[in-house]
Design a binder for this molecule. Structure first.
Ligand SMILES: C[S@@+](CC[C@H](N)C(=O)[O-])C[C@H]1O[C@@H](n2cnc3c(N)ncnc32)[C@H](O)[C@@H]1O
Length: 181
């Protein structure tokens, strides 16, 4: 590969929003309590990994879901887990770069990304603030930069941040920015 080809390849490579590190069961449970997922929700998990969090959300409630995962091996694993959970047709795994995907139809968004990844995705996340519908966002461990959480669940095992953006919140005065943690 010439240096020009290698530069082009690296420019095309998806931005790594976070390495794979699955959300712990406790955090899955508390995250779903914060988001209060219901049957009419459309749940998106950005960088879904093995999709355990997304599957738990949709299996418990009947919500439909979309998981975006750029790693083909993890996307295959997630798809198999969806089938095993009997959620074929209800939950779709997209093997794509999340930065190129339109997730503006989400009513619930699940995130477990590192600060660099959240910052990279920030324009798409900030666009949700002017959405006509409310989007309930749960961020595991790392908070969304500049967003003020409505609730947090922080204990020895979990660190979860809950936000509501768009809908009525879009018409309300912007919350004071908070430092990322
Ligand atoms: C910290 S893991 C979280 C996995 C899962 N969401 C969970 O909470 O258990 C982050 C995931 O994002 C995926 N990822 C990183 N960059 C991505 C990108 N640009 N597009 C789609 N997925 C990406 C990784 O492969 C990894 O599975």
């Amino acid at each position: 590969m010439t240096s020009a080809e290698s530069t082009a390849a690296s420019q095309d490579a998806p931005f790594v929003l976070a390495p794979f590190n699955p959300t712990a069961n406790d955090a899955i449970r508390h995250g779903l309590e914060l988001a209060k997922v219901q049957g009419q929700d459309t749940v998106w998990e950005i960088g879904c990994g093995d999709a355990r969090w997304l599957i738990a959300a949709c299996k418990e409630t009947g919500a439909c879901g979309f998981g975006v995962e750029y790693d083909p091996d993890l996307a295959v694993r997630a798809t198999a887990a969806v089938q095993e959970a009997g959620l074929d047709g209800k939950v779709t795994i997209l093997c794509e770069d999340a930065c190129q995907v339109d997730f503006s139809a989400a009513t619930v968004l699940l995130l477990y990304l590192v600060p660099k990844g959240l910052a990279h995705l920030q324009p798409k996340l900030d666009a949700l603030r002017s959405s006509a519908h409310t989007v309930r966002v749960v961020a595991n461990f790392f908070s969304v930069p500049g967003w003020a959480p409505l609730q947090q669940h922080i204990d020895k095992r979990c660190r979860l941040h809950y936000y509501e953006v768009g809908g009525e919140a879009a018409a309300a005065p912007a919350a004071a920015p908070v430092a990322a943690s």
